[in-house]
Design a binder for this molecule. Structure first.
Ligand code: THU
Length: 133
């Protein structure tokens, strides 16, 4: 699957966004080494803190199906914002544990495109090796 195809999958996921509060729609797609794609979108809640971001929805869907870090080959995150959706701090933390450091993360809003990695998005990480020793 090409970069453009994965980005398209993320836009498909964005169509299911449940964002009555922010009106800000996000979609994500996680690609695995078998070619399977897991989609996720942002799901908001009246108790705002209970909101789940698109990229966490997608990576949790992948993990729920048995996928693990080494199986994930790329991630796309898209939004309908004026600029690309830079993953929030919680998502950076979650992705830092659940995907590889150098897995390409494609950000797009349809006009702007930025390629990232979790290594670049989250320097000086707190991780599993800090907790389990
Ligand atoms: N959002 C995401 O889905 N991913 C991010 O990385 C940033 C924020 C969602 C959460 C909320 O539904 C909306 O965008 C506005 O914050």
């Amino acid at each position: 699957m090409t970069r453009e195809e994965l980005i398209r999958k993320a836009f498909e996921a964005m169509e299911n966004s449940y964002a009555p509060y922010s009106g800000y729609h996000v979609g994500a797609a996680v690609l695995t080494d078998t070619g399977k794609v897991y989609k996720g979108t942002n799901i908001e809640n009246a108790s705002f803190g209970a909101t789940n971001c698109a990229e966490r929805s997608a990576v949790f869907a992948a993990y729920s199906d048995g996928v693990r870090k080494d199986n994930i080959t790329a991630v796309a995150i898209v939004s309908d914002g004026d600029r690309v959706c830079a993953p929030c701090g919680i998502c950076r933390q979650v992705l830092s544990e659940l995907i590889g450091q150098d897995v390409p993360i494609y950000l797009s809003n349809g006009t702007q495109e930025v390629d990232m990695t979790i290594r670049r998005l989250l320097p000086m990480q707190f991780g599993i090796e800090d907790v389990i020793r």
